[in-house]
Structures are given as C-alpha cells and as structure tokens.
Ligand binder design. Structure first.
Ligand SMILES: [Zn+2]
Length: 315
C-alpha cells in the first residue's frame, strides 16, 4: 500500500533507515526461542540437533531426561527426548524493541528452524512486522505481505516488501507470541509514564500503546497498582466508564478486593439508575452483601421487564 498520510509517509521513510536484524540478535533467538532437543535412540546414542554430532550418553538416561545434557562437540545445552523421529522443525517469533526518531518501534521477526538427525540445524530469521508507535500512542504498521489471506498466519511472502499496511489483528497476535529480545530501547515518554522495563505479562504493543495514550494507565503504573492496571487494559470499556468512580473510591481509601467484582457491582448500580460517583453507593462496608443485593434487584428488574413485555404481546 502506498503511504498516504503524513505519519505513514514518515514511518515508511524511517523504516528504510533501520539496520537489519543483527547477527547477535539472530544468535540470541537461535539460543532462546528454539527448543534444542537431542535425539535419543533406543541404543542410548544421543544426537545433537544443533551440530549433528552423536555420542553415547555416560550419565544414564534418567539423568539426561531430567536435567538435559550438553553436546560435547558444540557445547549446546539440550533437552533430551526418546524419539524415533529424524527431523524437527518449527516457527517462532521474537521481537526487538527499539526507537527511531521519537517513535517506539517493535520489530517482529519470524524464525524458522529445521533439524535433520546427523546434520547441522538450519535456522533463519526474517523480519515480518514493524509497529511504529508515536509518542501520543498512534500505531502505524509496516509488514510483509501474507501469502494466504486468513488461516495460515505463518505464511509470509518472504520476497514481498516491508510496506505500510492496514491494521490487521494478526499483527497483534505475532507480537503477543514473540519472545522479547532483552536489550530494550524505549522512548523517554514511556519511561516518563512509568515504564521501567517490566511488561507484567502484557504484550509490549498493548502496554506501550495504552501507556502512551491513556492517563489512567499511566497513573496506575506509577502507583504500582499493577493488577488493577492489567485489569483496565484488558477491560477498556470498564476503564472508560468507571475510572472516575475508581478514583473516588481510592480517595476514600476504600479497599477493593476484586476489581472485577467491584466493576460488575458498579455496572449493576448504574443499570439500576444509581449514582456511581456517590461514595455511599460505591464503597459499601460489606461488599459481598451489597453485591448480592444488587444482583437480586437486577434479577427482579429483569423479571418485571419480561412480564411487561409478555403483557404487551398479549394485548
Ligand atoms: Zn552439538
């Protein structure tokens, strides 16, 4: 797709200036993203999937199975599986977090590995997606073309160009599946907004985007309220609707044991026409009782609505 907007044009131009994934990064991916599993035959012979070397295990099979082993030839740390298979192959994703001219960039590479017993492993990486996040949280995607439109998400057309492409949820997925290369570079806005290098199990794209565009996420990150932050990131509708109530409750030093249940409770109050900014409503002393009561009232309301509907049908 030809870049159209200003930001797309800029991203396309800057993307062309990035250096390719380095040999060091590729090597890290080879060591950390691929499972290195030695072939162990019935005879007890082990074969290294990395270099192809074979040797007789000295430590006994149980020890190898539990602790893994080290290839005496290339030094690779290996897991050990009993197998009659003679090949292993797979696809993994990893990403490199870097910066470029004020943008936070997430570069996702696909790594292919294939091993044939007795031969050195074949391994190659291709960069398939780049996500460019502006300091105010706008995302522009660059990507290779995919060869199949839907199901075969691992099929990238490796000879296509890295181009600005319309949003595709697959880009979210490959980012989520990616192992993160440990040398991270971040833009100052992220650090200012509280990012200290930990993703807390959230995908980097999601965390970065939200941390740059939502002040509430920033507030929670800085306050160290990580569980609440995660909940609001994954439930943006609740965050949008209940954020002010959440702040009011916090200001009243109200202890929320389960944010999920509490949000559920507030949704019910709102549904019943109650003021969800009134601390009397949203900070009940006995939460479980209050939640149960609200549930019963909602149920009664639904029943009433159903009866009225039926009556209207009959009339
Ligand atoms: Zn080896």
């Amino acid at each position: 797709m030809k870049p159209k907007t200003m930001i797309q044009k800029e991203v396309a131009r800057l993307s062309a200036t990035l250096r390719p994934i380095s040999p060091k990064q590729t090597e890290w991916a080879y060591t950390n993203c691929v499972e290195h599993i030695a072939y162990r035959a019935k005879s007890g012979m082990l074969t290294c999937p990395d270099c192809g070397h074979s040797w007789k295990s000295g430590d006994g099979t149980l020890c190898d199975t539990l602790e893994g082993c080290i290839c005496p030839h290339c030094g690779a740390e290996l897991k050990v599986h009993d197998t009659r298979r003679r090949t292993q192959k797979g696809v993994r994703y990893f990403c490199i977090l870097t910066t470029c001219r004020g943008y936070q960039v997430i570069r996702v590479a696909q790594a292919h590995y294939s091993s044939k017993k007795g031969e050195p492993m074949k391994f190659y990486c291709t960069e398939v997606v780049q996500r460019w996040i502006s300091p105010d949280g706008k995302v522009t995607d660059m990507a290779l073309l995919r060869t199949f439109p839907s199901y075969y998400c691992d099929q990238w057309s490796l000879y296509s160009d890295m181009e600005v492409r319309p949003y595709n949820s697959l880009y979210d997925d490959v980012c989520k599946w990616s192992e993160v290369y440990p040398l991270i570079r971040t833009i100052p806005q992220l650090r200012r907004n509280g990012f200290k290098g930990d993703f807390y199990g959230i995908s980097p794209v999601l965390l970065f985007k939200r941390l740059l565009s939502d002040t509430w996420i920033e507030t929670l990150m800085k306050a160290g309220e990580i569980e609440d932050m995660k909940y609001f990131i994954l439930n943006p509708r609740n965050a949008e609707m209940l954020w002010s109530s959440y702040l009011i409750a916090r200001r009243h030093h109200y202890k929320i044991n389960s944010l999920e249940l509490w949000c559920d409770y507030l949704q019910m109050l709102n549904n019943l026409g109650q003021d969800i900014r009134n601390p009397k409503n949203i900070c009940p002393a006995n939460f479980i009782d209050a939640h149960d009561r609200a549930m019963r009232r909602i149920e009664a309301k639904r029943m009433k609505e159903r009866t009225e509907n039926e009556r209207r049908w009959e009339a």
